[in-house]
Design a protein. Structure first.
Length: 589
């Protein structure tokens, strides 16, 4: 069996499939996929799948193959865990691709000269001799907007990604459009017993961590936040041995959370490991990180994720448990409380807003000149926008000015409204839900599937460590969708239920700490560390032949704006730097 990054599949006819067997199906997920045959069905499945059977859950690949042979795509809702799979039925000359509900794993595909090609990464798929891979200007624009390439499109024209919870059927001459086998649906019923919910939640949490662990070689990311502390504590409890935990710190004010990680490690009796990332570490790792992603990736937290996984690997750990998903299931992001405050404005009758408040506040210069009134102007300006548009208002690209930053010829080739349409599409299934559930539904796609999960999975893969996400266990997802909205976000109190249920389990300092995240002090180091600044300038300079950004706008960003507000404008410098590094590393394509 080959590593997943070195294999692709192509449906070029039944004879070819039979002749090439496993090579045609390929390795589709995880460091190594399991290949099984059942009658005339060949299945390659990777990750950590579990099949729900009449007698309970099983992770046996042969059981999954039997279910697919018997029921085809109808069996997919019974497969839980994180996975990607490819299957080929020789008798029917039909194939199937599918990925898990959250999009932990990836499959990409394309139609090539009358055949259907797929792989687990774009790097592999783009090497298919029948494909003419061309960079998509629209995908580049969307990257600059979201700082990642949002699915189901990819950075290349005509190469697509299987969306989370979807499957694609294919035959010798082509494939179907992606179809959902699972859709997130929220139950807005408020009448549920709190004590019963707490007991059920803790039980599911314990089972999810136990199912994700592989015994003595398993450790956990520990940032000191609620999610990672919960997973670390539960790992120790379910394994019966002190959990091995791994934390990253930064010598930069406002970024380092090591104190909380140490508090959690001491509370749970963990065998704790620490590493402080330096600006020099960033310079050393960033070119390798940019090249390893199969499309531009601008989430700077990939750097600490890589060094944390590397520390674990060097300590003898082969699987890490990550806490990603808790915020997006139980209401833990700061923007949720901000949107809750903005949502108060919706309670004012629409005629009063449209005929009096907005014309007065937004059109009167006085409301922009006086500090106290300026805050009111800003509030009304944001709150008057409907969901989902206000959810991503004040985007950095908009703030800098699209026409000021981007070259005219490049802008002429893109649809500026495309990011907002993607946002509207993601929001549409949840438009009738409570505000918190609308935001959670959107974030399942943009925050998890497109950003946070690729950040962790690819950096663990680069470091040589397997990773699992117990908080994204399908049983916990189902539980969260049935949790009353006011228990997720009570007023502006983030993840109220999660903290109440674990108040006797987590250390008090973790329960009460402010949300911070796993951010990298990008702007500060770009200003203070000359080698990192030089790397950024060199990488951004490689964008000039592509005529994506205006040279004068880049000069202003680097020489004035970055120094005025490092934390804010440093993000765009990083995003442009990673784009330049990625394009340079893939220039042969």
């Amino acid at each position: 069996m080959q590593p997943m990054r070195r294999a692709a599949g192509a449906a070029a006819g039944t004879d070819a499939i039979r002749r090439r067997g496993a090579a045609a199906i390929g390795v589709v997920a995880g460091h190594t996929a399991r290949l099984v045959e059942h009658e005339d069905l060949i299945v390659a499945i990777g990750g950590h799948p579990r099949l729900n059977t009449e007698t309970g859950w099983t992770s046996e690949a042969v059981a999954i193959a039997r279910a697919l042979a018997a029921d085809g795509p109808a069996a997919l809702p019974r497969i839980g865990g994180d996975f990607a799979l490819a299957a080929w039925d020789a008798t029917k000359s039909r194939g199937l691709l599918a990925v898990d509900r959250s999009g932990v794993h990836q499959l990409v595909y394309a139609r090539a000269n009358g055949s259907f090609a797929f792989a687990s990464t774009l790097d592999v798929l783009a090497a298919h001799p029948g494909l003419d891979c061309q960079l998509s200007p629209q995908a580049v624009f969307d990257y600059l907007y979201f700082h990642v390439c949002p699915g189901p499109d990819t950075i290349y024209r005509g190469l697509d990604r299987v969306p989370p919870g979807h499957h694609v059927e294919f035959g010798p001459t082509g494939g179907s459009e992606p179809r959902p086998y699972w859709t997130m649906r929220f139950d807005e019923d408020r009448s549920k017993d709190l004590d019963a919910l707490k007991q059920r939640f803790v039980s599911l949490l314990r089972d999810a961590v136990a199912a994700s662990s592989d015994g003595t070689t398993c450790g956990a990311f520990l940032s000191g936040g609620t999610d990672s502390s919960t997973v670390s504590g539960m790992l120790g409890r379910t394994s019966g041995a002190p959990a091995r935990t791994f934390s990253i710190g930064f010598e930069a004010a406002g970024y380092d959370e090591m104190e909380f990680a140490r508090t959690a490690a001491k509370h749970f009796g963990c065998v704790h490991h620490e590493y402080y990332v330096t600006p020099g570490d960033v310079v050393a790792a960033v070119p390798k990180i940019a090249a390893y992603y199969d499309q531009p990736f601008g989430n700077a937290s990939a750097v600490p994720a890589y060094y944390c996984a590397k520390l674990a690997r060097e300590s003898g750990v082969h699987r890490l448990l990550a806490g990603d998903g808790g915020d997006e299931l139980f209401g833990g992001n700061e923007r949720y409380s901000k949107q809750q405050l903005l949502g108060v404005y919706d309670r004012i009758p629409r005629p009063l807003r449209g005929l009096l408040i907005e014309p007065l506040v937004l059109s009167t210069p006085l409301f922009r000149a006086i500090p106290g009134l300026r805050k009111l102007h800003s509030y009304i300006e944001q709150a008057s926008q409907p969901m989902p548009h206000r959810y991503m208002a004040r985007n950095l690209l908009d703030y800098l000015g699209i026409e000021n930053l981007l070259a005219p010829d490049f802008l002429a080739a893109v649809d500026r409204a495309h990011p907002q349409r993607l946002l509207s599409e993601a929001h549409a299934p949840f438009a009738g839900c409570s505000l918190i559930n609308q935001m959670l539904g959107i974030d399942q796609r943009f925050t998890l599937a497109d950003s946070d999960l690729p950040k962790v999975t690819r950096m663990c893969e680069l470091a040589g460590v397997d990773v699992a996400f117990p908080l994204l266990d399908e049983r916990l997802i189902e539980f969260s969708t049935g949790l009353p909205a006011q228990m997720k976000l009570r007023g502006t109190q983030l993840r109220w239920f999660f903290k109440e249920a674990l108040r006797d389990f987590l250390p008090p300092a973790v329960i009460t700490k402010q949300k911070q995240g796993f951010g990298l002090p990008v702007g500060t180091w770009l200003v203070e560390h000359a080698p990192l600044r030089a790397l950024a300038e060199q990488a951004i300079d490689t964008l000039r032949p592509h005529r994506i950004v205006r040279p004068e706008a880049v000069d202003e960003l680097l020489n004035r704006r970055l120094h005025e507000h490092p934390r804010f404008f440093g993000t765009m410098v990083w995003v442009l730097m990673m784009l330049g590094l990625w394009l340079d590393s893939h220039k042969e394509r």
